[in-house]
Design a binder for this molecule. Structure first.
Ligand SMILES: [Zn+2]
Length: 393
């Protein structure tokens, strides 16, 4: 059994230990030490990282009261120097203690019970047994949590047996019935927990709720504490500062300016749509004027297939035609008609394009194809034009 020294002093990050066992596992090794400050994954808190005799610790886990340290190679010595990545560990201690205060506050103010706790690289969250949490509730809870942080209350940990634990006003029932580890935040919370925590609430620094979402009848609350919260603030501040510059704005005017900008974009989009329609109408009139009898033919460098389909629509409002349109930009062809002729656009296009590097098809009234090159598109369109002109005779 390994001595779990991280419970005695969660702030100690360097020590010497004796290796008790080395177990090969796949292409790695599991080291068992006589004493360890490496926290194994548990209670929503990720495992620690660091080194053993300079060798990187890849993972730490607990099984049957033993702590296993996963390493890529075996140290040369039996007595080894161990070192924890304390920045990472301290962030976990800040987040974990913050979670206790947050859960206790939701319980105190709204009787919401915390369930799943997740602490990862990307986000930290708890699920609270409330189907709805309003922004006002979030504000109230956040303020109350940060008051607890400012009061710098002691965070104590001690062991109790089941009888002893029953006498405490526990927020959650323990999952074990002996050696129950209690984490007490003076005046605020009693909770059974196996994680590592800071010694007083002030060390949490700050707790900020970032967002909420509904999850299986509960509400998932995303938050950040301490150094991670500062990093998050810095990142967002950088984004906001860049927006201030782009919009020549400040705290008071940014939202208003963005709203105005979005309104302008909407207006411009409407204007562009109208202009495109007017332009398509002119194009359609020109094509019909140039058409020899039934076949209307248009080839465009800077028009999309959608533009061309819109022109076809305008052409058909002027009479009965076979329409062939080319988008050189997209290397696409559009064939359509609104005549009484027994003409199946899909079949005709398939027949003509079979000798070209092209894909496409369609229905009796309209069809389209994409080509490997502009040259092939033009050649195929020419052939199609001939076939359609012949239909006209
Ligand atoms: Zn805890």
């Amino acid at each position: 059994m390994t001595e779990k020294s991280y419970y005695k002093n969660p702030y100690l990050s360097q020590w010497t230990a004796a290796i008790q066992a080395i177990i090969p596992k796949n292409d790695k090794y599991l080291l068992v030490l006589d004493t360890t400050y490496f926290y194994p994954e548990g209670g929503g808190q990720p495992s620690d990282r660091g080194t053993i005799d300079g060798i990187e610790v890849l993972d730490v886990f607990e099984k049957d009261d033993m702590i296993f340290h996963v390493v890529p190679k075996v140290p040369d010595n039996k007595k080894v120097d161990c070192k924890i990545d304390f920045n990472r560990r301290f962030e976990h201690m800040q987040q974990h203690t913050g979670e206790h205060i947050l859960a206790a506050t939701f319980y105190r103010l709204y009787k919401g019970v915390s369930n799943a706790f997740h602490m990862g690289e990307d986000y930290v969250s708890i699920d609270i047994s409330l189907s709805e949490v309003t922004p006002d509730m979030v504000k109230e809870v956040e303020d109350a949590v940060n008051e607890v942080i400012y009061r710098n209350l002691p965070v104590k940990t001690y062991m109790k047996d089941l009888e002893g634990a029953k006498l405490l006003p526990l927020r959650k029932q323990p999952k074990v019935d002996e050696d129950i580890r209690i984490v007490e935040i003076e005046d605020v919370d009693f909770c059974p927990c196996c994680g590592t925590h800071v010694a007083s609430t002030g060390e949490v620094g700050i707790l900020k709720i970032l967002k909420m979402e509904k999850s299986k009848g509960m509400t998932r609350i995303y938050f950040q504490c301490g150094r991670k919260a500062l990093q998050d603030y810095s990142k967002k501040h950088e984004i906001i500062t860049s927006l201030y510059e782009k919009f020549s704005a400040n705290d008071n005017t940014l939202l208003e300016k963005i709203e105005k900008y979005m309104e302008d974009v909407k207006k411009t989009e409407g204007l562009v749509k109208n202009l495109r329609q007017e332009l398509s109408l002119c194009e359609a009139q020109k094509l019909v004027k140039d058409a020899k009898k039934l076949v209307v033919y248009g080839s465009y460098k800077n028009k999309t297939l959608n533009d061309i389909m819109f022109i076809a629509k305008q052409v058909f409002q002027m009479g009965e035609y076979i329409f062939i349109g080319l988008s050189l930009e997209e290397k696409k062809l559009f064939l359509s008609h609104n005549t009484d002729l027994l003409l199946h656009c899909g079949n005709l296009l398939k027949d003509v394009m079979k000798n070209f590097n092209a894909r496409g098809g369609g229905s009796a009234l309209q069809a389209q194809a994409s080509f490997g090159s502009e040259e092939e598109l033009k050649k195929c369109a020419e052939k199609l034009n001939q076939v359609c002109q012949a239909l006209d005779d």
